[in-house]
Design a protein around this ligand. Structure first.
Ligand SMILES: C[S@@+](CC[C@H](N)C(=O)[O-])C[C@H]1O[C@@H](n2cnc3c(N)ncnc32)[C@H](O)[C@@H]1O
Length: 306
């Protein structure tokens, strides 16, 4: 049996080399993790696969601005009726912010307070540049959608744009965490397995994509306001659908502090080049201006804490 360290070293070497030779890095990971008895599409494999692709989504948005505009308009059209002036908005797994930037442009007059995160640092690096070039503002950070560094009931509208996609088998866990952080609504724009044809379904199963999102949401005790296929979709073999979810306990008070430690649930404050939890004595570094807020980034740093 391989140690975790050897498995990670082999995985990152193998995935980088597969990517460089034009193969699917995730397929490499699936084959090798399966052989090692690890779960399909593990978080670390998803992270490496997407990090390797950093820059490709911006290149695509530049090559096909008409599609990017239609996609972002569709998304903005879904979230806009759920928002008020100055509402907070979070894109989960925002990649290079090619969706977030367009959504913010469309919602301009509402002046949303925008956040976005991804598990990949390299993609957030590209995303920051894309937001700047698009002349919109949002605070971006690195985090894992299964353990968000944000307080419960802290964001008015939380949405996804194909970011739950590679996390097949963990649908309920993902939705529970997004519902926890949302104050009012969660919007999932994801591959619509149940609404897709047989060939598309076969492809989604092959790639380990999410399915059964509606049932998973119902199990999380939310009201389903809308569930339908979407007309604008990036790939007919991976058709998009929308699920609009409303939290039932909308009377819960809004969180008074936004950031929370993903390890200890204590509150975090920004302190120069780190986010720190005074209660836990933990710090989360900021790398290249990007806060690293995954549990794995925690540094024991009592001296930084009050
Ligand atoms: C298909 S891309 C979509 C990116 C972006 N939402 C968009 O519309 O262009 C999926 C993104 O989800 C991110 N992702 C997948 N699993 C994640 C997780 N557990 N935590 C945070 N991000 C994740 C990936 O890194 C990737 O950038």
């Amino acid at each position: 049996m391989k140690s975790d360290k050897n498995l990670l070293a082999e995985l990152i070497r193998g995935m980088r080399s597969a990517y460089r030779s034009g193969e699917n890095a995730m397929a490499y990971a699936r084959a090798n993790l399966d052989a090692a008895g690890e779960s399909v599409n593990s978080t670390v494999a998803t992270l490496i696969a997407y990090d390797l692709q950093a820059g490709t989504y911006v290149a695509r948005a530049r090559n096909d601005p008409a599609f990017n505009r239609d996609w972002c308009r569709q998304m903005a059209g879904i979230v806009k009726p759920l928002m008020q002036q100055g509402s907070s908005l979070l894109e989960v797994g925002c990649g290079e912010a090619t969706t977030l930037a367009g959504v913010l442009r469309e919602l301009g007059k509402l002046e949303p307070v925008a956040y976005g995160f991804d598990i990949s640092w390299s993609r957030i690096k590209v995303a920051n540049e894309w937001l700047k070039e698009s002349d919109v503002c949002g605070q971006l950070f690195v985090a894992d959608l299964f353990r968000l560094p944000m307080a419960s009931n802290s964001i008015d509208v939380v949405y996804t744009s194909h970011s739950l996609e590679p996390n097949g088998g963990k649908e309920r866990e993902a939705i529970e965490e997004l519902v926890r952080v949302a104050r009012r609504y969660v919007v999932l724009v994801e591959p619509a397995y149940e609404l897709a044809g047989e060939a598309a379904q076969g492809r989604m199963l092959h790639h380990g994509y999410v399915k059964g999102l509606r049932d998973a949401a119902i199990a999380c005790d939310v009201e389903v306001l809308d569930h339908r296929p979407l007309p604008v979709t990036p790939n007919p073999m991976n058709p998009s659908g929308v699920l609009v979810l409303k939290k039932r306990q909308v009377d819960d008070p809004a969180a008074t502090t936004l950031w929370r430690c993903p390890v200890t649930d204590t509150s975090l404050r920004e302190n120069g080049d780190a986010f720190v939890s005074d209660d836990a004595g933990l710090a989360y570094p900021i790398l290249g201006g990007i806060p690293l807020l995954r549990a794995e980034h925690a540094v024991v740093a009592s001296l930084l804490c009050r």
